[in-house]
Design a protein around this ligand. Sequence first.
Ligand SMILES: C=C(OP(=O)(O)O)C(=O)O
Ligand SMILES: [Mg+2]
Length: 574
Amino acid sequence: MRTIKGIGVSAGRVLGPSRRMPPPVPEPDADAKFSADSTVDGEKARLKDAAETVRADLKHRAETASGDARAVLDATAMMATDPMLLKAAGKHINAGMAPDRAIWEAGMEVAAMLQSLGGYMAERTQDVLDVRARIVAELNGLPAPGIPASDVPFILTAVELAPADTATLDPAKVIGLVTSEGGPQSHTAILARSLGLPAVVGAPGANDVGDGAELYLDGASGTVVVEPGVAEREAAQKYASRSALPVFNGTGSTSDGHRVPLLANVGSGKDARAAAEAGAEGIGLLRTEFCFLGRDSEPSLEEQVAAYGAVFEAFPGRKVVIRTLDAGADKPLPFLTDASEPNPALGVRGFRTDRTSPGVLARQLEAIAVASGAHEADVWVMAPMVSTAEEAADFAVLCTAAGLGMPGVMIEVPAAAIMAEAVLSRVRFASLGTNDLTQYTMAADRQLGSLATLNDPWQPAVLQLISATVAGAARATAALPAETGSATAAAQSKTVGVCGEAAADPALAVVLTGIGVNTLSMTPRALSSVGAVLASVSLEQAQELAARALAAHTAAEARTIVRSRLPILEQLGL
Ligand SMILES: C=C(OP(=O)(O)O)C(=O)O
Ligand SMILES: [Mg+2]
């Protein structure tokens, strides 16, 4: 029995055999020729057999997969024996090139061609590169790249998952995730939470566990046990027989009826429709940059109106908070950001791009106004990465000019949290981006697994800044001119929401409520757990837990104190 400690990023306790993510397939030697005792026809036949094996394997996996994974695997299977790809490789074999190098070159050529065609064709590029690697692996007797195939459910171990791996991850087969790298905001962590898979990241050595070894994984405490004992087996069994999570009833509140609307974070119309189905009371964060990632030119007014309209349409009469482009740092958009900046997280990102690329923001606000006019959603607009009251005021002016009446800001820079009263007196609402607020408060890059313990929203310094923001918002509300009348003043009170990953942690959601946050926005998958845990406490209990968390000296202490006072977490296996 060996215990590995990592960071728990998605709760759940499971037991199962480990399967390791194979390393990427190495590029074949550029000068590789096939041997003199073989023939062009013989090598072409070898390539064709390998391509056929890859196609059959992907097809078999598609048949036993579910949902999105099935569609992706089906499309990739067809690509494996694509005549254009095999013909291009054949030409290289005619010139004496070894088949693995030939398919490597052909894959590159076909991918470049598809890329140049743009649109749907460009989206197939990844499939070509994927089958190319699979055929090379097959020719050289290497394990196929990507999520391993298996007939039995398993716990996947990896260094870190790439976005492309996620498409073929079948939640019916993969029952847990462990990575040696990655932090709470890493791609693996976000994916695990959105699929509801127990996961531990930043677990050193987890990737070296041999295939087939039995693992126990506790995604709440961040523990991985290799060849577990009786206690772990019992814990996994208890988790398997936990009470089912109640379906979220669409009304977030504490047990004594204090309302905390539970909203969803989305990046597209498709996400928004799924969020509405999961009972979200509205959208707390539409990441508009997600609609246009990978684009190298500014989207047209029509494209923007269509993308935003698709989200508004899913929530008629409901609140939809749309965030203007948050380009920069981990989300570069070539038409707004400078890839050569030495410190992108501290560079021209979010609202700051309005200074370097004037006009893009005004045009985006115009598109939001047009889309908003065509739908019934209650549209609120916020700017990311605002640091000062002047920036908040500038954004409010731009919103007014576009005819948008609910301007707000993200509070994700410590300066804005400290100056919340001044910042909020310029706009109508704030949304705490705890992912960035944590990274900037702790001076710890949110993408670095090695800094994951610092990058934890339970850090008391982060909780103090959240509390300072809520207090600043209350002062900004109290300062509203008396002559506006109490009804108007109430309508104009400065709401503070949370839309960072912190809101999706049910125990932390209780603390945030106790601090006085008004709304919580999260991945739709978290709505039922957050809704259930919130409904298990009164407002007074939430306030008491918040006071205890705020008084803690360390993140671990805050988390342990609060979790130990929420028995429902154990009952629901959270
Ligand atoms: C919600 C946030 O924004 P993003 O994760 O898109 O930076 C945040 O920083 O918490
Ligand atoms: Mg952010």
